[in-house]
Design a protein around this ligand. Structure first.
Ligand code: GLV
Length: 317
């Protein structure tokens, strides 16, 4: 039976196809203005499904309003789902889906871009060139740290962490990883502190949870080697942004490459002014092909739940 599905934002071309092909009614604004929280609460009560982005806060209030009507599924066009109160959804009988698997390689590409750009001080050098501050080749200018042969410490060793490890192998890096539970795989380091202390580059690949909020704070940053590079393509709050900015200003590490921030779209002013920070606006999965696949996968998950079946991409608390 056709259902009503709220799609909170414009999706890449073809992304809505699963919903359209099933004959569902798509409820969407004419433009791409985000819905306010109040609007989401109001609309949730009128639909059977919601396809949302990681910027939409789908909290208990939205889910309660939905469950008071006919809401059965929330499908997040992202692999991370910290924006959705999955526990409340479970209690209220609303299924939650995400987009695992389809963005691993694209996100790993971007993580590696940040590893390279931060290690070789690319943003700082480009800034000087564009501003006219570059006076010509100099033997002591922009001295970064070699990526080839360096030790990469991965924090989190899921699909994306492993995809970064594959890239690192091609650069002749020694790859170590830390995860909450022993992985029984080569390169596993039980203690996060030990991993931080021996790595030249640290790249974060953990989901955001209470346990990972500020996983990297002032204490952990102090363990890094003075020439270390920190890369975050996971979620902003995994790093204490103010502590990182202070460490960069103090020269306690060489550089940072960030794609995510604690309070997006705001970026801590001290981070914006920090030397040697390569800052990107949360574009880890942003290739046309991958974003289209993510949109389709989320919409397909919604269709599967609406058809009374269990989708492969179902998320549980
Ligand atoms: C992007 O950040 C995602 O979680 O998919």
């Amino acid at each position: 039976m056709p259902a009503r599905v709220l799609v909170t934002r414009r999706l890449p071309e073809g992304g809505l196809d699963p919903l359209v092909d099933e004959g569902h009614e798509v409820v969407q604004r004419a433009d791409d203005t985000p819905y306010t929280h109040e609007e989401l609460v109001e609309l949730a009560a009128t639909v059977d499904g919601v396809v949302c982005l990681l910027t939409d806060r789908i909290d208990e209030e939205v889910l309660r309003a939905g469950a008071s009507g006919t809401l059965r599924v929330v499908a997040n066009v992202a692999v991370g789902y910290d924006n959705v109160d999955v526990a409340a959804a479970g209690r209220l009988g609303v299924s939650v889906c995400n987009t695992p698997g389809v963005l691993d390689e694209t996100t790993a590409d971007l993580a590696f871009l940040l590893v390279l750009a931060a290690s070789r001080l690319a943003s700082e050098a480009e800034r000087d060139l564009r501003s006219g501050a570059w006076g010509g080749w100099g033997v002591t200018q922009y001295l970064g740290h070699d990526v080839h042969g360096a030790t990469l410490g991965l924090v989190g060793y899921g699909r994306i962490g492993k995809a970064v490890a594959r890239r690192a192998a091609g650069f002749g890096m020694q790859v170590l990883h830390h995860a909450r539970h022993p992985t029984d795989m080569p390169g596993y380091v039980e203690s996060l502190d030990d991993l931080l202390a021996v790595s030249d580059v640290v790249s974060l690949h953990v989901p955001l949870s209470d346990a990972t909020t500020h996983l990297i704070g002032a204490r952990e940053l102090a363990l890094l080697r003075p020439h270390a590079v920190l890369v975050n393509t996971a979620r902003g709050p995994v790093v204490d942004e103010e502590a990182l900015a202070a460490a960069l200003h103090a020269g306690a590490l060489l550089a940072a490459g960030l794609d995510v921030y604690e309070h997006e779209p705001e970026v801590h002013p001290l981070l914006l002014s920090a030397p040697r920070a390569v800052l990107l606006p949360h574009i880890g999965s942003a290739s046309r092909a991958t974003r289209t696949q993510m949109a389709r996968m989320a919409c397909q998950g919604a269709c599967t739940v609406l058809a009374g079946r269990r989708p492969e991409n179902l998320v549980t608390a």
